[in-house]
Ligand binder design. Sequence first.
Ligand code: FE2
Ligand code: FE2
Length: 240
Amino acid sequence: MYEIACELLKSLDEFEKKYGRTSELLKIQSVFEKFKKNYELLREIKKSNAELKKTYDTTIEGWGKALELRDSETEGHSHGVMDFAVKLAKEMGLNDEEIQIISRGALLHDIGKIGIPNAILLKQDALTEDEQKIMNQHPTFGYEMLKEISYLQPAAAAVYSHHERWDGKGYPQSLKGEKIPLSARIVAVANHWDAHLHDRPNQKAWTREKVIKDLQEKSGKMFDPEIVKVFLGKVIDNEG
Ligand SMILES: [Fe+2]
Ligand SMILES: [Fe+2]
């Protein structure tokens, strides 16, 4: 359309040179000039938006790396959770905007661990009750980090609620069922999958079969049963 408008303006110029300027010609020229200017403006806005989005995503990647530098044993975990959460969101038919929110929430879900002391974060043995209480603050720390950043506010819900449980026995708010934001329910399943498939500071990796069985057992207790069904039926299935 833009190219057509440019061509038409050129033809109108030629017409003006040959036959002189008429009020009708001026009207048509002004309509096409306006169209051309609006189109150029729109193109500039689109370019700026794309650059802004790139800046946002690079900033988030940087934070993810900062966490992985603190906690090298979980290196790759944030990206693993993001990949599975996005696959799950797509299989559930969510739209592009919702998928982007889930992608950012998944990548940053454990970002609050930056605020957990090394003695607890990197401890090889099981945590004591008091240490576990401190560790369980990481969703709140993460939420506090992100809630004031406007472009991350939608993703902050997934960060805050990724350890809530379907039966209401999770933390930090003990939310139950669909009161837990959908993004957080999706990240919770992806997180469980990726975390148990890899070695962690105080637990060896499980086999794929063991994680599948565990997800089946915890469906409807810890996790949204619909999400587990899609995950095991479609996401894992597609993985082969
Ligand atoms: Fe977590
Ligand atoms: Fe995690």
